[in-house]
Structures are given as structure tokens and as C-alpha cells.
Design a protein around this ligand. Sequence first.
Ligand code: AMP
Ligand code: MG
Length: 396
Amino acid sequence: MIELKEALQIVLDAARPLGTERVDMNDALSRILAEDVAADADMPPFDKAAVDGYACRRQDLADALAVVETIAAGAAPVKTVGPNQCAKIMTGAVVPQGADCVVMIEQTQALGPDSIRFTGGQTRDNICRRAEDIRQGQIILRKGSRIGPQEIAVLASFGHVRPLVARRPTVAVIASGDELVLPTEKPGPSQIRNSNSPQLSAQLRSMGVVAHDCGIVKDTEADIDRILKVVLAEHDVVIMSGGVSAGDFDFVPGVLRRNNVKLLFEKIAVKPGKPTVFGQSERGYCFGLPGNPVSTFVMFELLVRSFLYRLMGHEYSPTVVQMNLEEPITRRDAERQGWIPVKLTSGTTVRPVEYHGSGHILALCRADGLISMEIGVERIDNGTPVSVRLLAGSGL
Ligand code: AMP
Ligand code: MG
């Protein structure tokens, strides 16, 4: 049995980058940039008025000012502003030669049709200087960064309308278990609904990856073998849930091996998630996650998400905040690293949520994050500072 950090290193080391493609900027949300992006111009491209008002010389602020022209955004100034002169100017317009500040219209008074006076006590320059944000040629977005709405704004600002991004992995999701029925069905007396497939699909979607939901497979070697043969040939990554533990009908690891998937680990010293399996085939990769919903969820967050991002050239780092534990946490079995769902109770404190174990998926709906109990640690006292790995950091 290996530790979680070793397992993470193994999956990251195994990940070979996928190719790249160009996409329309408007389809680039959540994609990973595959090249550095440079600015094709200064930003702002000229000295720009930050407010609606009058452009003038600071030394003339005590005097009446003659308005020599009106400059709209998008227009070029025609005149130079001289002593006791000003130009009426709109936000975003080019500041005329001679002016060193723009006074806000709210701080002026009209003296006549073409004359104004400054009524404020003092003023800022209210000029955004050419290139104060970005210089032409500067690298503005780095290869490997994830494209959010703000990155799309930057791409648009500099005309990168078809950014080069990493190809997304094709991912098959398979739930295994004789007891499983579709979420649309009413379970019989010994059945439960398959929640792992919709959950995994949603976790994938939160990172811009569209899952191929391959449905439910029975707990027989023949059924698992039949579906694996097909999906392994057609996908970069296969994520299975269930059938990886030590039960009589847990056939997934054996069938994977027989399909030439080299298993790089079969157990991790982590709770939940111990029987997690990871393997590599000629074509791609396969995760076998334990079927309990919390195990599936947590192992996706702790391993699979980082792995898939690595395939796309992105170094994922979850959001971790430091908080004080409000209630002690104890456990009897400290042989594995434990992940405990907690809720933020203030800006500085967390408390464990009611949690009955890895079948209790509702606990995660009440949790804001997970804290780790290292191997050998049986108790964390209240008042202890803890690192909380936020679930919202997953981008959900
Ligand atoms: P397994 O990993 O197959 O031993 O399953 C462990 C537990 O998780 C059992 O209680 C299963 O009924 C449950 N389980 C397995 N697969 C799913 C699934 N797709 N959705 C919800 N629960 C599941
Ligand atoms: Mg099972």
C-alpha cells in the first residue's frame, strides 16, 4: 500500500500530454492554454481619460477655463490645451496635448457656453497612462493556464480570437455493480440508484471535460471484460467506479490486467478511497475508484482531477485555507491518511460535519472542504490550526 502523495506522483508522472488545437475564443472557457500569449499593443494604447470632464493644466485650476473642443471616445483631439484652456472629454477618449489632468464634470461649474471653472478642492490626474497596464510584446497569459472569463477578456483585448489550447481527453465513465439501477428507476428491495456516474460526469464538466457515460455494468468478469475492451480502445481515460475492493465480485483489477492495462498501484493508504486502482494501457489510462459515493468523489478530487489537468498541461493546485478547528476530531484507526468533511463556521473557524462514512454523500453537500488527518494521527484538538482544502476550489 502506498501513500496518497506517492499515488499522486505516479499518476502525474504517467500523464503524457495530449495534443493541441485552435478553438474560437468564445468556446475557450475552461480550456487550457497551450502557448504563451503576448500583447500586440500597449494597454492603454494612449493616455486615456478615466472620467468624463475637462482636460486641462493643473496649474490653471484656480482660473476660469475656455473650452476649446469636445473629445468623444474614439475621436482624435485636434487642439493643444494651452494656458487657461480646457477640452471637454469623455471617459476613454485620448487626452489632448498640453493637458496634465482631467477634472471630473461633477467638480466643475459652467460660467458660459464655452467657459467653466473647477469647483473641487483638489483632484487626481484622472489619466490612465499609455502602457501602464501592459506593454506591447509582454507575455500576458502563460501556457498551461486555465481560461476563465477574465482570460477571455484578455484574449479579446489583444485580438487572440483563436487561442491554441490543449486537446481535452476523451473520458469514459462506467459504474459497476449488480445492485445498481438508473437514477430514473425505482430501486427494488436490494438495489440502489447509480449516483457515481452523474457525479463523475459533473466533476468532469467542471473542468471543461465532457464525459461519455457508458452506463452500468454487471459484476461479472465477462461483462466487465466486454465493455472494457470497447472503451479502452476508444478513450484516453476510463473511470470506473465499484468492483475494486476485496469482495467476491470485485473483478475490475483482474479484468484490467487481462486487458493489458499495467496497474501502477492497487491500494492507497487513504480513507476514504483505499482500493483505488490506476493503470496504463497502450492507448490510455484507467482509474478504478471504490464505489462508495464519498470515496468516488474524494478520489476524483485528490487524484483524477490533477491527472486530467496534467494531460492538458495544467498544474492544478486546489484552494487551501488555514482555519482553526472548533471541535476536536478523533479516530481509532490511524493507519491511513483520513480526509474529513468540514464546514466553515466563520471567517476563521471550521467544524466537522455529521459524517457516517463513505456512503454518506449528503455529508459533502453540507461541507465546504476537507481536512487531512495524517497517518498516525488519532486526534486533532479544538483550537488547532488546520489546512482546509476547499471543495469550491474544484470549480464546481
Ligand atoms: P464496491 O466498491 O463495488 O464494493 O461498492 C461499495 C459501495 O458503494 C456499495 O455499498 C455499493 O452499493 C456502493 N456503490 C457502488 N457503485 C455505486 C454507484 N455507482 N452509485 C452509488 N453507490 C454505489
Ligand atoms: Mg460492488
